[in-house]
Design a protein around this ligand. Sequence first.
Ligand SMILES: Nc1nc2c(ncn2[C@@H]2O[C@H](COP(=O)(O)OP(=O)(O)OP(=O)(O)O)[C@@H](O)[C@H]2O)c(=O)[nH]1
Length: 331
Amino acid sequence: MPSRQDILNAKILIVDDSPDNIDLMEEILREEGYACVSSTMEPEQVCPLHREHNYDLILLDLQMPGLNGFQVMKGLKEIEQGGYLPVLALTAQPSFKIAALEAGARDFISKPFDLLEVHKRIHNMLEVRLLYKELAQYSKAQQELALHDALTGLPNRRLLEDRIETALQHAARSHAKAAVMYLDLDGFKAINDTYGHAYGDEILKMVSQRLLASSRREDTVARLGGDEFMVVLGEVHSLSDALGPAAKLVEVLNEPFFINDLTLRLSTSIGISLYPDDAESVDALISIADYALYEAKRSGKNRFCTTGTARQKTTSKLPLPSSQAELAPHR
Ligand SMILES: Nc1nc2c(ncn2[C@@H]2O[C@H](COP(=O)(O)OP(=O)(O)OP(=O)(O)O)[C@@H](O)[C@H]2O)c(=O)[nH]1
């Protein structure tokens, strides 16, 4: 619930073509203790000002030359799409009251002003507006939490699948390819067992940072859970475009990790699948990369492995061209 102080600090804009009305309203608000009050006599400035300042309350005169209050509300609705239109209409015309509410105003104040009514209506509207903002922020934070891994802050599997889908759509549109790299740390369990879970957590956070630092802004780095990560490269033109980044990831995770006074080492194995060569769906690309990862582990860890026969085994019984017939471990 917003505090009295929150309400007094809310951002208020007065819109009226009469300087006397503006002076009067400013005085009423300042006397009550409202600290962030501004005004304009130019209705066409209301939308640009609201875009810039995101007001908590707009006290809007309905009858103004040029743009009237109803037209201003139309513009404000476009800015506050799906949101709470923070407009309190000011009108001397009883017939305008219902029209104003129908046009999106939350409430109205009749002219000439009744001081007690002005205070109550402004206070009540600000209370609802600020509550609405709190709720919107809370729901945004909840959505973020649901899509990100709590330990590392990286996208989780749900968001990752969305990002892969988007990368595939972009690649399809531009006749390019996309690469999915499935990473699993080598020997991570031993770090947990030897130094404790807190050290393991620290390593996972440092691994995330290294992966992010070694990737392009447009790539996606995600944590699937445990010691498994995924890096998605959009807009690659051939498998060889993914090999350099994969080699770099193997290399950066080979660098020592300094935690407190300990120097810890581990490595990573990576399986790579390529869109559209290996598969065209998110699930198939992930499972083919997983299979290539398995091959990287099986053939000695600390390396990356491309797909080749992985596709043959998971999706079809057709023989692959001989150039793709072998899994290709690299280190
Ligand atoms: N510290 C920490 N450990 C985790 C977390 N999630 C999973 N683990 C541990 O990570 C380990 C992952 O197991 P493995 O991948 O089999 O271990 P590994 O030693 O890397 O095995 P290889 O991949 O064969 O080299 C398990 O011991 C899990 O308990 C976490 O959030 N924090």
